[in-house]
Design a protein around this ligand. Structure first.
Ligand code: PLP
Length: 372
C-alpha cells in the first residue's frame, strides 16, 4: 500500500505513539480529579497545552482543547455570533472553505446571520478587492482558511485579518492544513487546528482564542476548559497532540524541504499532459491536485486500489458530486471528473511516490486509449 492521502489524515508519528502509550495503558486517572494521579494527568495536559500553543506561534491568547477541528470551528462561529454586539450580524467566508465552516455558517443563517460567500479567482485565491467591497460595520466575523484541503492553495490570511479588524470584525482562520507547515496569521482572533493532520491522534483539536475574543460556550457541563468548553479531557490524546506539535515545530524546515523535493519528483514521474488545479506559487506543495483530459478519476481510484489517494476531498469522494472547491475554480464537469489529489509528506519516500506516479500515468494513458 502506498499512502498518498495526507490531507485526509496523516500517519501517527512513532514518537507520538510512544508518548501516548502510558496514558492509554496505565495512567487512566481523570485529569480533573484532585487525587495525586489526577494532578499528574493534569500536569501532562498542561505540558501538552504549552507545546500546541508554542507550535501555533501566535501570542496574546491561548487554546482550549476540543474533540476535533470541526468542533472548534462550530464553537468559534456559533459562539461568536452569540456574543456579537447588536447590529453586527454579518459573516463573510469563501466558497472553497471546508464543510465545517460552510455548513456552520449556513446553519447560522437560520439564526439571524446574514451570510456572504466570496468567490475565488481561477487560481483558488480570494480577491481582496471583493472582500474590501463587502466589509462594513455590520460584519461580525470573517472566516478564511490558511491552506485549502483539496487544492493546497494558501490564502492571504494575514491581510484578511487586518482588513477584518479595520472594519471592527473578528477573523477566524481554519488552520487545519496549514498548522505545522506554514506560519499562521499572527493577527487572527480565532484559529482552529487538528492533531491528526500533523501526525497526532484522531479525536482531538483545539481552538486558539485571542484574549478578549473568546466565543460563548458551545458545550455545556463541567466547564473543564476554563468554563468555556465542557467534557473530560483525554490525557492520552492531549499528550499525543502536544508531542505531534512539538515534532512539527522542531522538524519544520526538514519536513518543508522534503515536501518540496517530493513535489518536483512527482511532477517529473507523472510526465507531460497534467494540469495542476489551483495556484502553484501560493501553495503548500504536499498537495498535488491535478487533472488530465480523458481521465476518469473515479475509475482510476478503482484501478489502483493499493494506492491511497483521493478525488478531491475525502468528503466529496464517493458522493458522486463534483467537489465544491473544483466548481469554485470554474472547472467544467469533465475537468472536475478528471481530477485527482495526491497528498504526501514526512513519511513518504521519493521511491514510493515515483512508483505510484508512474502507475497513475500508465492508467491515465490506458484510459485515453479506451476512450479513443
Ligand atoms: N478544516 C479542514 C481544512 C480540514 O481539512 C479538516 C479535516 O479534513 C477539518 C477542518 C476538520 O478537522 P477534524 O477532522 O479535526 O474535524
Amino acid at each position: 500500500m502506498i499512502y498518498l492521502d495526507y490531507q485526509a489524515t496523516t500517519p501517527l508519528a512513532p514518537e507520538v505513539g510512544e508518548a501516548m502509550s502510558p496514558w492509554i495503558e496505565e495512567r487512566f486517572a481523570n485529569p480533573h480529579s484532585p487525587s495525586r494521579w489526577g494532578r499528574e494527568a493534569d500536569a501532562a495536559v498542561e505540558v501538552a497545552r504549552g507545546q500546541v500553543e508554542r507550535a501555533i506561534g501566535v501570542t496574546g491568547g491561548s487554546i482550549a482543547f476540543t474533540g476535533s477541528a470541526t468542533e472548534a470551528i462550530n464553537w468559534a462561529l456559533k459562539g461568536s455570533k452569540e456574543k456579537a454586539p447588536p447590529g453586527r450580524n454579518r459573516i463573510i467566508t469563501v466558497a472553497t472553505e471546508h464543510a465545517a465552516v460552510l455548513d456552520s455558517c449556513e446553519w447560522l443563517t437560520d439564526h439571524g446571520v446574514d451570510l456572504t460567500i466570496l468567490p475565488v479567482k481561477r487560481d483558488g485565491i480570494v480577491d481582496l478587492e471583493d472582500l474590501e467591497r463587502e466589509l462594513d460595520e455590520r460584519v461580525l466575523l470573517v472566516a478564511v482558511m490558511s491552506v485549502n484541503n483539496e487544492i493546497g492553495v494558501i490564502q492571504p490570511v494575514t491581510e484578511i485579518a487586518r482588513m477584518a479588524h479595520d472594519a471592527g470584525a473578528l477573523m477566524l482562520c481554519d488552520a487545519v492544513q496549514g498548522f505545522g507547515r506554514i506560519d499562521l496569521p499572527t493577527e487572527a482572533d480565532l484559529i482552529a487546528v487538528s492533531a491528526h493532520k500533523i501526525h497526532g491522534p484522531k479525536g482531538i483539536g483545539a481552538l486558539w482564542m485571542r484574549d478578549g475574543a473568546e466565543p460563548a460556550p458551545l458545550l455545556h457541563g463541567g466547564g473543564q476548559e476554563r468554563q468555556m468548553r465542557s467534557g473530560t479531557l483525554s490525557p492520552a490524546l492531549c499528550v499525543g497532540f502536544g508531542e505531534a506539535a512539538k515534532l512539527a515545530q522542531s522538524r519544520a524546515t526538514r519536513d518543508y524541504d522534503h515536501v518540496q523535493k517530493l513535489w518536483v519528483a512527482a511532477l517529473q514521474a507523472l510526465g507531460p499532459g497534467w494540469i495542476v488545479n489551483g495556484s502553484t506559487s501560493h501553495r503548500y506543495r504536499g498537495n498535488l491536485n491535478i487533472r488530465r483530459p480523458g481521465v476518469d478519476g473515479a475509475r482510476m481510484l478503482a484501478d489502483l486500489r493499493d494506492i491511497a489517494f483521493s478525488l478531491g476531498s475525502a468528503c466529496a469522494s464517493g458522493s458522486g458530486r463534483p467537489s465544491h472547491v473544483l466548481r469554485a475554480l470554474e472547472l467544467s464537469y469533465p475537468e472536475a471528473r478528471s481530477s485527482i489529489r495526491l497528498g504526501f509528506g514526512r513519511y513518504t519516500t521519493k521511491q514510493e511516490l515515483v512508483d505510484a506516479c508512474h502507475r497513475i500515468a500508465a492508467v491515465a494513458k490506458a484510459q485515453e486509449h479506451l476512450d479513443a
